[in-house]
Design a protein around this ligand. Structure first.
Ligand code: ADP
Ligand code: MG
Length: 323
């Protein structure tokens, strides 16, 4: 069991940002309104995620740290999520196999909950605890028992860069949740959770960038689209400023990036890229998530239609801009 966990851990927990991804996605799934993330030393000494969501029931707490203990199979209508169930229920046990984890959680507003400590896959403490509703999970000394993995870690700056990139995008995907991200005591991100997309955008990219954004919208029998794209004057030297959300999940898609670039084609100098946050809604049957879910890669069944739809929506906005 422990070996299986360490093997699974190698797939799920590649680096500190993978831990952040799993913990923060759990926090989002828990449905609360605030998520506070504290990182020390690029995530190698501490990754702590505190949410005010549903919390974990007493009986489920230990279970959650053993493999395939997902509670999410029941959400049958969310086919998008079902499609990635191959990896469901592996995150917490994988993390607990390669770090020291402390979890406080309560499903009650009364503050009665549990505290669990698990190190290298072994539960060492399980007791009653006073803790606010929600979950507070701290991962310390990542890879302390897998030195080979530890050796592959890049600089603290690189690791926190990956973490911040992920949290920024997740915050953009969930403007209704108030996020904070702190690293070594410094505040890297604070979003208000007002539900205002542009406000979240300003928190991530700054207010002047937010002012240079144009709203984009579109309807199609298969898709709808809402979001913001930058005026051609506001560009950057890489694609990282493009954030794509499909059915509420932040994803990566080469095809969508290409369609966005195509819409700008004559407007941008070579090697300049727009900022964009685009949120799509579509029927889950139009998606294929049969790719490694941790990479968030998605394929679409009607690719040419989708491309054309995106190019038209953005083309309209930019065309209006030009006249
Ligand atoms: P999965 O997210 O695929 O179900 P995980 O290993 O990430 O698997 O988590 C296992 C289970 O622990 C979840 O299904 C959920 O029931 C519970 N859980 C984990 N984190 C939280 C959280 N922040 N709030 C509430 N429940 C949580
Ligand atoms: Mg999870």
């Amino acid at each position: 069991e422990q070996l299986a966990n360490q093997i699974a851990a190698g797939e799920v927990v590649e680096r500190p940002s993978s831990v952040v991804k799993e913990l923060v996605e759990n926090a989002v799934d828990a449905g609360g309104s605030t998520i506070d993330i504290t990182i020390e030393e690029g995530g190698l000494t501490l990754i702590r995620v505190v949410d005010n969501g549903s919390g974990i029931e007493d009986d489920d707490m230990k279970m959650a740290f053993f493999r395939h203990a997902t509670s999410k199979l029941k959400t049958g209508k969310d086919l998008f999520r079902i499609a990635s169930l191959g990896f469901r229920g592996e995150a917490l046990p994988s993390i607990a196999a390669v770090a020291k984890v402390e979890c406080l959680s309560s499903p009650e507003t009364t503050g009665l909950g549990k505290r669990l400590v698990i190190e290298g896959g072994k539960i060492t403490v399980y007791e009653d605890a006073n803790t606010p509703q929600g979950t507070d999970i701290a991962v310390r000394d990542l890879f302390y028992n897998t030195p080979a993995r530890l050796k592959y870690m890049k600089s603290i700056q690189t690791e926190i860069g990956h973490i911040a990139d992920f949290v920024n995008r997740l915050a953009l995907a969930h403007p209704g949740i108030a996020f904070t991200l702190k690293h070594n005591g410094g505040l890297l991100l604070r979003t208000l959770g007002s539900g205002e997309r542009l406000q979240t955008f300003a928190a991530v990219y700054g207010t002047s960038a937010a002012k240079a954004m144009l709203p984009v919208e579109g309807e199609h029998p298969d898709y709808d689209l809402r979001g913001y794209i930058s005026k051609p004057e506001l560009t950057r030297a890489n694609r990282n400023g493009i954030t794509v959300v499909v059915n509420g999940r932040y994803i990566r898609s080469f095809i969508i990036n290409q369609a966005i670039m195509q819409a700008y084609h004559t407007l941008l100098p070579i090697n300049r890229f727009p900022l964009a946050v685009l949120e799509f809604g579509m029927h889950p049957s139009l998606l294929d998530v049969n790719v490694h879910p941790s990479k968030m890669e998605v394929r679409f069944s009607k690719e040419p239609e989708l491309r054309q739809f995106i190019e038209e929506c953005i083309g309209n906005v930019l065309g209006r801009q030009r006249h």
